[in-house]
Ligand binder design. Structure first.
Ligand SMILES: Nc1ncnc2c1ncn2[C@@H]1O[C@H](COP(=O)(O)OP(=O)(O)OP(=O)(O)O)[C@@H](O)[C@H]1O
Length: 256
């Protein structure tokens, strides 16, 4: 499995947001996408998902240009979970996840489909909400269900835009751990836009950092994450500490 961006430029109308980005993302590794607000992280994810046509360059999945793929074929390979997920129609959690599984597949629902839905809801700790309507969920519960809808499709490329923004500490850690495990087990390319640097530092294999439309860093977390990178991205002075379990901790210095 390989995902290659070749001189990828993306934008809206005449405005260029992502500028000639080139990289090759490794499968089986959880990569966090870092960068300040409004810098183009969502734009990049949308471009990789094929929801935004490149102004220049290409996105290659196993050597095949995504732009030439049919929508249905692409949707079977690349799943993108946007930052804001729709509140949804009056369907239950179980139905919503089942619909995500069947969206591009055969209409007939099998025992295996039902078991897959039960498994993913169980894995994300929301099995008890199966019969609840989406509109009756809290923000965090809705986010967990949206993640379940993305995971059940078992994509080759999984693109998640701030999937933990509504989650508490336990659920944030749990989701990132599940993502890391499934990324390895299913050999996916997983790209997660995230603002919580410490959550990123605890869970990521790789870092992709962007600012002002261009690549600031890309590679293994321990090589890329540095006080310099934090300063470049956010203009904040920070120390990088090592926690008792060897994980990195970003400790910002307070101004003044
Ligand atoms: N549909 C659109 N039309 C025009 N400009 C857009 C559109 N969507 C985003 N932009 C602009 O593109 C730039 C990058 O936005 P994007 O959402 O990709 O940033 P981001 O890095 O994901 O930000 P955040 O961390 O705040 O979510 C911003 O200046 C934004 O205003």
């Amino acid at each position: 499995m390989s995902l290659v961006l070749e001189q990828l430029s993306l934008g809206y109308r005449r405005e260029l947001i992502v500028n000639e980005l080139s990289l090759a993302a490794g499968a089986g590794r959880l990569c966090v996408l870092l960068g300040p607000n409004g810098t183009g992280k969502s734009t990049l994810l949308k471009g990789i998902a094929g929801l935004l046509a490149p102004k220049q360059g290409r996105v290659l999945l196993n050597g095949e240009d995504l732009a030439g793929m049919s929508r249905a074929r692409r949707a079977g390979k690349v799943v993108y979970l946007p930052q804001i997920t729709p509140t949804g129609a009056r369907i239950t959690v179980f139905e919503a996840v089942l619909m995500a599984l069947k969206v591009h597949g055969a209409v007939r629902v099998t025992e295996a489909d039902l078991a897959a839905v039960r498994d993913v809801l169980d894995e994300l700790g929301v099995a008890h909400l199966s019969a609840r309507y989406l509109e009756q969920l809290s923000g965090g519960q809705r986010q967990l269900v949206a993640i379940a809808q993305a995971l059940i499709r078992k994509p080759e490329v999984l693109l998640l835009d701030e999937p933990t923004s509504a989650l508490d500490l336990y659920h944030s850690l749990h989701i990132m751990a599940v993502l890391r495990r499934l990324t390895r087990a299913q050999n996916m390319v997983t790209l997660v836009a995230i603002h919580d640097l410490n959550l990123a530092a605890r869970t990521a294999d790789d870092v992709l950092a962007v600012k002002g439309g261009s690549l600031q860093a890309f590679g293994p977390l321990h090589q890329c994450l540095s006080p310099e990178l934090v300063h470049t991205l956010y203009g904040v002075e920070a120390d990088l500490l090592t926690g008792p379990d060897g994980s990195l901790l970003v400790h910002p210095r307070l101004a003044g």
